[in-house]
Each structure stands twice: as C-alpha cells, then as structure tokens.
Design a protein around this ligand. Structure first.
Ligand code: FE2
Length: 181
C-alpha cells in the first residue's frame, strides 16, 4: 500500500498486533562499578535507584519505565555507540544550558567525557556526554511527558524530526530577552 502514512494516534491503535503486550517496562545498561554508578545516578543525575541483586541496580526517573544496570566483568565494557544513547528531559532550553554548565563543572568528579555543546541537533535542543561506564546520555528539553507530543502529531514526512527547522514544542523554547518580544 502506498497511501500516505500520516496516521494519528487513534488510527495507529487500530492495528492488531500479534502479541498482546502491555507495557515497555525496561531497558538494560552496563556498569563497570555498580557502587560508583549508583552514586553517579543518585548524586549527579538524580535518578531513583534500588539494588536488585549483587550484580544489578535498577533506576527510574519521572515514570515507571526503568533501566536494569548490570555489572560487567572488568575490561569487558565497550563504549556505548552514540546512537544507543539514553535521553533525560528537562523542560526548557535554559535548563539544558544549566545542566551543561554543571556537567562541565563536575566532569572530573564523575569522569564525564565528550561533553558536547548544547544545540538544536535534530529538532531537539540538547547536549550529550559519556559517563564513567562509557554509557552515552543526552540531556534535552521536552515538555512533561517526554516525547508524547510526537505521538499526538502523528507520522512525519521527509526529514521530520531530524530537520534543524523542525517545530519544537513551544513550551521548551528559549524565552526572548526581556524587552525584545
Ligand atoms: Fe536522542
């Protein structure tokens, strides 16, 4: 079928999947040192963390989806590819800038590397860095509810969200300096 695929949320729900699954509960991450990783998650990222076993911690923030973080043998952890990064939201571009300032400030404490400058990279204002476990993170501006707004807009055509000119959610956008609006 070659008809336009600009499906709305309700039209997408009409698809009947083979598996009747209920909830995307977790992803997995690797850690070189669970105690350090937990400290970093709690004290820098502000994630909620629980120890699930001798070799794993679980974490979450702002919702019920979690990451299971598993200890890997020394020397076995490789650098997470950029496209496997995990995103954590703040609500405005100003807050992204502030997170970037703090990441640069505390980089030596947490062994953060390759901290990029905040910018609009794919229709989202954000920056990236790699942590002591060589896992890649993105701090981005999104409204409460994360990327839910894209499911409300429906399928995009062409460059879509990858376009530099993509229309970002208004609430996240930098406020013009006073007196210029
Ligand atoms: Fe991303």
């Amino acid at each position: 079928m070659n008809e336009a695929t600009n499906k709305t949320e309700s039209e997408q729900k009409a698809v009947q999947p083979t598996l009747k699954l209920k909830f995307l509960s977790h992803g997995t991450l690797e850690s070189k040192d669970l105690d350090f990783t937990r400290k970093f998650y709690e004290e820098f990222l502000g994630l909620e963390v629980v120890r699930a076993s001798k070799v794993s911690i679980w974490c979450r923030l702002g919702g019920a989806h979690i990451y299971v973080v598993v200890q890997v043998p020394e020397g076995k952890k490789t650098e997470m590819p950029f496209l496997n990064h995990n995103g954590i939201d703040v609500e405005t571009e100003e807050e992204v800038d502030e997170c970037h300032r703090l990441a640069v400030r505390d980089a030596a404490i947490w062994n953060l590397r390759k901290i990029s400058k905040p910018m609009v990279q794919h229709g989202t204002y954000s920056f990236y860095f790699w942590d002591a476990d060589d896992n890649s993170w993105e701090i981005l501006a999104n409204p409460p509810g994360g990327y839910s707004w894209m499911f409300e807009r429906g399928d995009q055509e062409g460059a879509g969200h990858m376009s530099r000119n993509f229309e970002r959610p208004t609430s996240t956008r930098r406020k013009p300096p006073k007196g210029t609006a």
